[in-house]
Design a protein around this ligand. Structure first.
Ligand code: GAR
Length: 191
């Protein structure tokens, strides 16, 4: 049983996809703790629904990125977390987190990396007028939105797509590949 720590900043539909596949026996894992950084993030309601402990670490309460990451590491280590999942975590992470969990931090990004890194990946894809975009689950390294790719899914861009309609179709794929990515990463590591 993989011990997961999840980090999220928003609605938490990817968090819920992980929780649901654990409940349904598709992923042999347990979410030990959800950390969210934004008091308004509705992901906390989803954690409640699944009776998963959650903790607000508001980035505004920390003097810099490293200090926030040190607090995250402390909380996850206290619960023996083995794998860290960034499920819509909208903060840049530092070596404080990556050194504590080497090759064990997983991110989901709403584009086919290495295209459209950074924020607004969906808007970037629409502006570039590509016909296919998608989502990527990858291991995190120190450069933003880079690191070994675990799974990708392609999503066509339709003529009348808005950022919202495209994001909805990308999220359907995200919810499928996030749990696949966790399973693949743990199989590669042998634990
Ligand atoms: C997801 O679409 C994820 O790919 C994206 O945030 C969304 C979170 O949705 N992540 C990034 O943009 C990371 N830079 P959710 O809160 O419903 O899971």
């Amino acid at each position: 049983t993989l011990k997961l720590g999840v980090m999220a900043s928003g609605s938490g539909s990817n968090f819920e996809a992980i929780a649901r596949s654990i409940d349904e026996g598709e992923l042999n894992a347990k979410i030990e703790l959800l950390i969210y950084n934004n008091p308004e993030a509705t992901v906390k309601n989803r954690a409640q629904k699944y009776q998963i402990p959650s903790l607000l670490l508001n980035h505004r309460d920390f003097s810099n990125r490293k200090a926030l990451d040190r607090a995250i590491v402390e909380e996850f280590k206290a619960r023996d977390v083995e794998w860290v999942i960034m499920a819509g975590w909208m903060r840049i992470v530092t070596e404080e987190l990556l050194k504590a969990f080497p090759q064990r931090v997983i991110n989901i990004h709403p584009s086919l990396l290495p295209s459209f890194k950074g924020i607004n990946a969906i808007e970037q894809a629409l502006e570039a007028q590509v016909k296919i975009t998608g989502c990527t689950v990858h291991l995190v390294d120190l450069e933003v939105d880079s690191g070994p790719i675990l799974v990708q899914a392609a999503v066509p861009i339709l003529p009348n797509d808005t950022p919202e309609t495209l994001h909805q179709r990308i999220q359907i794929q995200e919810h499928r590949i996030i749990t696949q990515g966790i399973a693949i990463a743990s199989a590669l590591q042998g634990s």
